[in-house]
Every structure is written in C-alpha cells, then in structure tokens.
Design a protein around this ligand. Structure first.
Ligand code: BV8
Length: 227
C-alpha cells in the first residue's frame, strides 16, 4: 500500500527550464493544443507534431532534475511506507533524480509507439525523420504520450494506489486536465490527508487539507522533511 501518493505536473519541472503549458510563457501560448496534442492534429500534420515532441525531447534531455525532484526521491529512499509518484510530465526528471516508483499517466517523450505493430520502445531518434520501427520496419512511430481524447495510462493501478494512500500531495499542476485532476477527490473519499504545493492557488482548494504556495524547489524540500 502506498503510504504517500504524489501527483506532479509541469510546475515541478519549471525550475529545471522545462516550459509549463498554461502560463503566460507556456507552450499553449505558441502552439494550438488541437494542432500538436490530439490524434486529429497528428493526422492533419504529422511533421508538425513530430517536430513539436522532438523539440520537447531535446529540452527534457538537456534539463537537470531540481531540488523538488531530489527531495521526493530522497523521501522514497528513507520513508518506511511506499511513496508513489504519479506524474503528468513526460520529461523523465523524477527517474533521473533517483525515484523508482513513478507512473507516467500521460506517457514519456523518451519512448515511441509503433501504430502498425503496437510495439512501444525507447525513442530511436528524432521522429520527424520518420525512422523505421525497429521491430516491424514500418515508418509509423509516434511519441508514446497521451493526447487529448485518448485514454490515459495505468489508470486502474493509479486509482488502486490513490484509494489506499494515507497522504495525497499535488505538486506543480493547475488541475486543468482530467482524469488526473479528479484524483484528489478519490484520495479524499478514501480518507487520505491531502495537500497542494503549487506556485499559484487553484480556484477551488476545498479538496485540500493543506495549501502551500511557492516555487517547488522552495516548498517541497521542507514539506517532505516532515515525513
Ligand atoms: C480522456 C500530453 C477519455 C503530453 C496532456 C471538457 C471538460 C472537462 C474535461 C474534458 C472536456 N473535454 C475533454 C475533456 C477531457 C480532457 C481534459 O481534461 N481537457 C481539459 C483541457 C479540459 N482530458 C483528456 O482528453 C484525457 N483523456 O479523457 O480520455 C477516454 C477514455 C477512454 C477512451 C477514449 C478516451 C487525456 C488528458 C491528457 C492530455 N495530454 N499532455 C504532453 O504534451 O505533455 S495534458 C497536459 O496538461 C500535460 O500532460 C500536463 O501535465 C497537463 C496538465 O498541465 P499542468 O502540468 O498542470 O501544467 P499547467 O501549465 O496547466 O500548470 C502548471 C502549474 O504549475 C500552474 O498551476 C503553476 O502555478 C504551477 N507552477 C509554475 N511554476 C511553478 C509551479 N509550481 C511550483 N513551482 C514552480 N516553479
């Protein structure tokens, strides 16, 4: 049973230089969601979507985990109970900080998915070059990420963990996207103590027992030190 489940979003990686989505300098300011993060956008212009994720893959690889990522990895190593990270991020910075128990509800930019043979694999390189699938040879690889209108990953495993945890923390997310945003209600329903650690408050914080506002690298380390 996961004693602690932590849901993270783009905000935890912001101080590692990874752009968030909905901020004034966010990705959705210069990319239309429909164009780059939907199956329809991919069908309409493959090259545009492949380039969008090739660029994000480069940014993720160039970034370093920050103090918030490291604090959660350190907590996992020393906490007597289980610590599970459910991340909406596709950047892989939690693992690079040393976290072992990480579930990517929206996929991983460093992985590719062949839509011909359904094989999923480490990304063999820039997908805009349409490299052949290492298994079937078809040139039909896409980023292994969840686009809007597509089912998210590992939802049953996530619901099981959230409905059994004692603490549920939400770090660096606007809570704008479901089903990730509905997990706090599941945790609360199950009797978990809930906390929001975020730069900005959410419009509705009624689901949270504790609300700690500030940059993740400032608020997460002292928070986890208490557990
Ligand atoms: C599904 C892909 C069903 C990878 C993403 C109408 C109403 C309600 C819901 C819907 C609706 N219409 C459709 C839906 C459902 C839809 C949805 O929620 N839409 C929203 C926009 C309304 N959801 C879906 O489509 C999901 N699928 O429902 O499928 C289904 C079921 C079965 C069969 C078929 C279909 C799929 C959702 C996943 C979409 N993919 N990303 C990628 O490109 O990355 S979501 C995208 O948004 C990212 O993954 C991201 O994680 C997620 C949330 O964004 P945040 O991470 O929160 O980032 P944001 O910029 O918003 O906020 C950053 C926060 O950090 C801010 O609060 C800021 O204050 C804070 N911050 C900033 N700096 C710091 C900081 N905090 C701390 N420290 C700092 N330094």
């Amino acid at each position: 049973m996961a004693g602690i489940v932590v849901l993270t979003g783009a905000g935890i990686s912001a101080e590692s230089g990874i752009r968030t989505f909905r901020a004034s300098d966010g990705l959705w300011e210069d990319h239309r969601v429909e164009d780059v993060a939907t199956p329809e956008g991919f069908a309409a212009d493959r090259a545009r979507v492949q380039s969008f994720y090739d660029e994000r893959r480069r940014a993720a690889r160039a970034a370093q985990p920050n103090a918030a990522h490291h604090a959660l990895a350190e907590l996992e190593a020393r906490h007597p109970g289980e610590v599970l990270i459910v991340t909406q991020n596709i950047d892989g910075l939690h693992e690079r900080a040393g976290s072992a128990r990480v579930v990517h509800i929206h996929g991983e930019v460093d992985r590719a998915w062949c839509t011909t043979c359904d094989e999923r694999m480490p990304c063999p390189g820039d997908l805009a070059a349409e490299p052949p699938c290492p298994r079937c040879g078809a040139r039909s690889l896409r980023p292994d990420v969840v686009w809007f209108g597509e089912p998210v990953y590992a939802l049953d495993e996530i619901y099981d963990a959230v409905s059994l945890c004692r603490w549920f923390w939400v770090v660096g997310t606007s809570g704008a996207v479901t089903p990730a945003a509905s997990l706090v209600a599941v945790a609360r329903e199950a009797g978990a103590r809930t906390a929001l650690l975020n730069l900005d408050a959410h419009d509705d914080t009624s689901m949270f027992d504790d609300v700690v506002l500030g940059p993740a690298t400032t608020v997460v380390p002292p928070w986890v030190a208490r557990f």
